[in-house]
Design a protein. Structure first.
Length: 323
């Protein structure tokens, strides 16, 4: 009921129509359509996303609370300093009927650019290591902003990271994000989820029919997903041949083949090993990732004892116990 009250308290069609013009269609997602728009009051470009609440409700009984949670999460992130540097910024929202459908209208900043999936596909040759370091560091600072704010994104993939025409990198689509102790439900995209969030693993083994909860576990999820994105930027391909490799906790194959750039200094191999580690207790956090990217010469293996000291124990893989 609280979620519906929140939506019903949003401004309606009259306020929307007085403020915004819809210029042209941008794209369509699972639950709505996005348009390029114009704020008539301050002459600012915006993205206008129409979300069909009636269709959204057919997803699950928790769909509306999840939708409101996304909206609140994006609001909280947007009201922090430097939002526009790292994530798509929320502006405002409206609630009214569109073609007799209950609709949430979400206004965010307009990002002129392409997502990383498009960027990767457009590369005719491997990205040089110097450029990769620059891209990796910029994206990592964005995730650091999210994690320091008390959030986890939980759906990091090339489609959800934008690169603007000026070269700025921003996270978008916070539909699966969570805040602090609300990181309790399953989330993520199949081919970017770490093994501890593996549905088949949970179903096949009743002793492991739980996935890890809590902010630290969700942020470890983000690191694994980001590791796959980094690998794809470097090689043009995913680090796993198929989904079962992740399900079976099979480590990626190093070095890379198929004509892509061969890294001889080992910097990226070590980075990928720590970001894609099957054990989240050894997997790096975002601060360790940034430290490595800023100091590649310090790329040395840390002892297991030090790893445990710098990362809270999240999962005992041998026993399948989630803490």
């Amino acid at each position: 009921m609280q979620s519906y009250d929140y939506l019903n308290n949003l401004s309606g069609f009259d306020d929307f129509s007085m403020t915004y013009n819809i210029i042209h269609f941008i794209g369509k997602g699972a639950f709505g359509k996005t348009y390029y728009g114009w704020n008539k009051i301050n002459n600012m470009e915006v993205a206008i996303k129409f979300i069909n609440i009636d269709f959204f409700k057919t997803r699950s009984k928790n769909a509306i609370p999840q939708l409101v949670s996304e909206l609140k999460n994006l609001q909280q992130l947007s009201f922090r300093p430097n939002c526009s540097k790292f994530v798509v910024c929320y502006i405002e929202a409206f609630h009214f009927l569109v073609d007799q459908n209950d609709t949430l209208v979400l206004i965010t900043e307009y990002i002129n650019g392409q997502n990383l999936a498009e960027y990767i596909s457009a590369q005719l040759s491997p990205i040089l290591p110097e450029k990769l370091y620059e891209i990796y560091l910029e994206i990592s600072k964005g995730l650091k902003y999210i994690h320091e704010s008390g959030f986890a994104h939980r759906d990091i993939k090339p489609d959800n990271i934008m690169i603007t025409v000026q070269g700025q990198l921003k996270f978008i689509d916070f539909g699966m994000s969570c805040f602090m102790d609300n990181c309790r439900n399953y989330a993520g995209s199949k081919y970017f989820n770490p093994p501890e969030f593996n549905r088949r693993l949970m179903i096949d083994d009743p002793q492991k029919n739980i996935f890890p909860t809590g902010l630290l576990a969700a942020q470890a999820h983000d690191i694994f997903s980001l590791g796959i994105v980094f690998y794809m930027l470097a090689t043009g391909v995913a680090p796993y041949e198929n989904w079962t490799d992740i399900m079976n906790k099979k480590l990626p194959i190093f070095p890379y083949g198929d004509g892509f750039l061969q890294f001889t200094n080992g910097d990226f191999n070590f980075l990928f090993d720590r970001m894609l580690h099957m054990d989240p207790n050894i997997r790096y956090n975002i601060f360790q990732v940034i430290n490595l990217l800023e100091n590649p010469q310090k790329c040395v293996t840390i002892s297991n004892q030090n790893q445990v000291q710098t990362s809270k124990q999240l999962i005992n893989f041998e026993l399948g116990e989630y803490l």
